[in-house]
Structures are given as C-alpha cells and as structure tokens.
Design a binder for this molecule. Structure first.
Ligand code: NAI
Length: 328
C-alpha cells in the first residue's frame, strides 16, 4: 500500500470541521503537533509532513514553528504550507518559493467577520459607545451632551486596500449612506469602482476622509505607512481604524495625534505586540476602542476558514490546483 499523505497542524484551537474533513479522506493521515512539546518532537512530526497548516497569528505560535528557512530544512517532504487565515506573517513566502513549496491562505473566509468588526469599531468610536460605558460604570456621567458623538451616514470612509474585507466593508458602508473612497495600488480604477468605492490616491484619501480603515497586508510597503506624516495629513477630527495588522500604523505617532486632539479617536484590533502590554499608552485612552485581534474570530469566521483550509489542502492532495495561492 502506498504511503498516506501526511497533513500536520498544531494543537492551537481550530474549528472541528478541519479534522472532520481531513479524517474523512482515505488517503490522508492527520498529525497534530503539541506546541508545548520540545522542538525535537515538532521536527520529528514535521519531517513526515507533506502539508503543514500553520497559525497566522504571530504571537500565538512559538517562533520555532514559524515557516522559516530553518524549519524548511527539517521538512524534506513538504509540498505546501497553509496559513490558518488571510494573513501569513508566520510564513517566509520567499523561502518556500525557493524550495518550490506552495503557500496558500484563506483570504475571504473571514471577510464578513472582519468587515463587521471594522464597522463595530467605527460606530463605537464615532458614537462614543465604549467611552459612555466607562463613564457610566465609573458613576461619572454628567450630561448626555458631554457624550455627544457623530453619525456615520453622510461621512466619507477611506479604505486602504479593497480586497475581500475592504470590498465587504465598502458594501456595508454604502448601505449606511457613507461615501466610500479606496486606495489600492494593485487594482485598476475599474476594479475599485466595481467594488463600490471611488479610486483615489493615498494623499487624497488622507485629506478627504472622515474615517480611515486599513484592509491591506503588512509588508515592506505598508510597514509604518501610517506614521506621523500620514496622521498629520488626515482631516482634523478624523477617526482611524485598523483591523489589518499591527506594524502598519506607528503606535507612538497615533498616540501623539490623539493626544494633540488632531484625531478624534481610533478603533484598534491589531497591535505591534499582541496582546498589547500594560505600558501601551493607547490602551485605556478615552478615545480608543481596543479589541484583541478578534475581528476574524467569530464562530462563523473560524468555521469558514477551517473548512476552507481543509478543502484547499484536500484539493492539492487530489492533484488539483489550490484556490488561494499567496504570491511572494
Ligand atoms: P485580500 O488579499 O483579499 O486584500 C488585500 C488588499 O490589499 C488587496 O486588494 C491588495 O491589492 C491591497 N494592498 C496590497 N498592498 C497594498 C498597499 N501597499 N496599499 C493599499 N492596498 C494594498 O485580503 P483580505 O482578506 O481583504 O485581508 C486584508 C488584511 O486583513 C490581511 O492581509 C490581514 O492582515 C488582515 N486580517 C485581519 C484579521 C483580523 O482578525 N484582524 C483577519 C483577517 C485578515
């Protein structure tokens, strides 16, 4: 009998549908790495792996399980690496390409969840919902007018990146009566118009939007794209939201912009360090609403990405092309 195809994942939480689909395939053997086990055990298992399904969350996964050149050295049979989400910060895509190892992600699987969280952050900041809660709990409420916020209808939303999540958010925002602008250097103006947004340059987006929401990957072009200059170029009283990745915005520069009163508020799901430490001055700032990289972590989002990942690996096992290949 020929060798079964070995699929490896870690024991970090994954929706049960992943294992159900894997174990239902006659030709697949699923192996699970205990992230608490010694690295020698990880490597023993990975040396058998044809497919490695790896967490996309950089602060959840031990560094030794990141897909680096050193890890690939230990995986002579590896054919593909599958990221558990849309991001792939834990995978050295170039190192995989150099070894002819395919990298796939689950882009789109949690687009609804993330777009809904981005909307939630926009509304929470704009209508001062969390601030009101804190004031009431602290028995410090004076007048309702002291907590007056802004409607989002009629405001201009700027999206940085209009892929799966940006597109979903554009549709939701348009339904709420917002004007939607988008900056995405990898799409044509026609593509952006079809996604229900007006294509603009980054400079125009910064200058014209009441609310800016990030939906691009973290890479060498986007790291610190939102720094003191970018925040300074935003409209006075604007709101900044990111459900994309920590590192795209500079946290100290954002704090300075909020402290000076130039920006009215921020909604942050992603952080340079996750969870952010007690010394992070953005945490607890009255105009900041914070979440713990949970934009994609809904029951539906987690189920969708796990199912999508399993189906995509099984496509490759069956000799068919995967649907979401990551380009380096
Ligand atoms: P996607 O790949 O469908 O869309 C990303 C878009 O960003 C593409 O249209 C691309 O052309 C654009 N882009 C690339 N470089 C850019 C740049 N320099 N400036 C502006 N746009 C640029 O990905 P999807 O599914 O929409 O996810 C977007 C990001 O959201 C992911 O890269 C990930 O980092 C983040 N994410 C966060 C989650 C969370 O739980 N907070 C969950 C899922 C994704």
């Amino acid at each position: 009998m020929s060798e079964k195809v070995c699929v490896v994942r870690t024991n970090l939480w994954i929706d049960p549908v992943f294992d159900q689909l894997m174990t239902a395939h006659d030709n697949v053997e699923l192996k699970i790495i205990d992230v608490q086990a010694p690295p020698s055990e990880w490597h023993r298992t990975l040396s058998q792996a044809h497919y490695y399904h790896v967490s996309a969350a950089k602060d959840e996964l031990p560094k030794g399980l990141f897909v680096t050149e050193a890890l690939l050295e230990q995986c002579p049979k590896l054919q593909a690496v599958s990221s558990s989400g849309a991001g792939y910060d834990t995978i050295d895509v170039s190192a995989c390409k150099a070894r002819n190892i395919t990298v796939v992600n689950q882009a789109g699987g949690n687009a609804n969840s993330v777009a809904e969280m981005a909307l939630g952050l926009v509304l929470a900041v704009s209508r001062r919902i969390v601030e009101s809660d804190r004031v009431l709990v602290a028995q410090q409420a004076s007048s309702r007018e002291a907590l007056m916020g802004h409607e989002v209808a009629g405001k201009t939303l700027g999206l940085v990146g209009i892929g799966h999540i940006g597109t979903r958010f554009a549709h939701i925002a348009a339904a709420l009566g917002m004007k939607v602008l988008a900056y995405d250097p990898y799409l044509t103006d026609q593509d952006i118009l079809l996604r229900q947004a007006k294509p603009v340059s980054l400079a125009v987006l910064l200058a014209e939007c009441d609310i800016i929401s990030l939906h691009c990957p973290l890479n060498q072009d986007t790291r610190e794209l939102f720094n003191a200059d970018a925040f300074g170029a935003m409209k006075n009283g604007a709101i900044f939201v990111s459900t994309a990745r920590g590192g795209i915005h500079n946290e100290d520069d954002l704090y300075a912009s909020l402290q000076s009163g130039h920006l009215a508020g921020a909604g942050l799901d992603v952080w340079t360090q996750e969870p952010p430490g007690p010394d992070n001055r953005l945490l607890g700032h009255p105009n900041v609403v914070s979440t713990f990289h949970t934009a994609g972590v809904s029951h539906e989002g987690r189920h969708n990405v796990a199912k999508m990942a399993a189906q995509q690996i099984l496509l490759m096992v069956d000799g068919k092309p995967p649907l979401h290949v990551v380009q380096s």
